[in-house]
Design a protein around this ligand. Structure first.
Ligand code: NAD
Length: 238
């Protein structure tokens, strides 16, 4: 695998999914050991489930918070953060809700699917950070209504602000690295095609082929940390 010369690119985008956090011990959603193999998302990750049984949905998300809080950023998260600190134009567009990329040192992360570390309620539509494990209290002290995680559940629309920022990044990048995403959850999955159609250099890092592999000119069928260490040897902290 040939190392990438950072100075050769004007605008770099890392587009990341659950596989990026797999080496931190956070289960992916699909595939072997995937979350949706054990949990029916219609019972745990949609507004209808929350309306029907908010405590059950919060029990599930509190367990996810506990696991994510106990995890450490991987070498892959740290390399992405280091590239961001060493190049003038790097955007991280993530589908992950775990906050690990920020904990690795990235300061500007576009969260397409929100964050499990923010909550909102009917009387506080602006999301508020809450790092409690478990979340306490589950209802808003002000209005008494349920607080819900600020994540894009199934059947929720994407938030316009992160989508606009992601589009702007993908419309200008000349290097796209997609890492650890199956490319099956739309509309997020469609975003990398913008860079591919513009003729940007497009690299997919995933141990498995995906439904969108044809958008990428180069494929590394490896774990995220191994591939990024080889592509950016100056930032190999291993
Ligand atoms: P995914 O589970 O569908 O795919 C993970 C991918 O990572 C797989 O292709 C797998 O081969 C790859 N992978 C596994 N280990 C890896 C490693 N070490 N290095 C590199 N790649 C590795 O996850 P996704 O693509 O992120 O799924 C899309 C989105 O669907 C999720 O991000 C999530 O936001 C989402 N979603 C979640 C909810 C929710 O409530 N939690 C709701 C709606 C949508």
């Amino acid at each position: 695998m040939e190392a990438l010369e950072l100075a050769s690119f004007a605008h770099i985008v890392f587009f990341t999914g659950a596989g990026l956090s797999a080496e931190s011990g956070i289960p992916t959603y699909r595939g072997a050991g995937g979350l949706w193999g054990s949990y029916d998302y219609e019972s745990y990750a949609c507004q209808r489930a929350f309306d029907a049984d908010p405590n059950k949905v919060w029990d599930f998300h509190d367990e996810r918070r506990r696991r994510m809080a106990a995890a450490d950023p991987s070498q892959a998260h740290r390399i992405i953060a280091a590239v961001g600190q060493s190049h003038p134009s790097v955007a991280v567009v993530t589908q992950n809700i775990d906050g690990l990329q920020q904990r690795a040192g990235s300061t500007d992360v576009i969260e397409l699917h929100g964050s499990i570390w923010r909550v909102r309620c009917a009387c506080h539509p602006a999301p508020q950070e809450d790092l409690g494990v478990p979340l306490e209290p589950r209802s808003c002290p002000g209005c008494g209504l349920w607080r819900r995680p600020d994540i894009v559940w199934f059947e929720d629309p994407l938030q316009p602000e992160p989508i606009a920022r992601a589009l702007a990044a993908l419309e200008t990048c000349d290097l796209l690295l997609s890492i650890g995403t199956s490319g099956v959850v739309y509309p997020a999955a469609s975003l990398p095609e913008i860079a591919s159609r513009r003729g940007s250099r497009c690299i997919e890092i995933n141990p498995e082929p995906t439904q969108v592999s044809s958008w990428y000119d180069t494929h590394y069928r490896e774990q995220a940390s191994a591939a990024l260490s080889a592509l950016f040897p100056a930032f190999d902290f291993g």
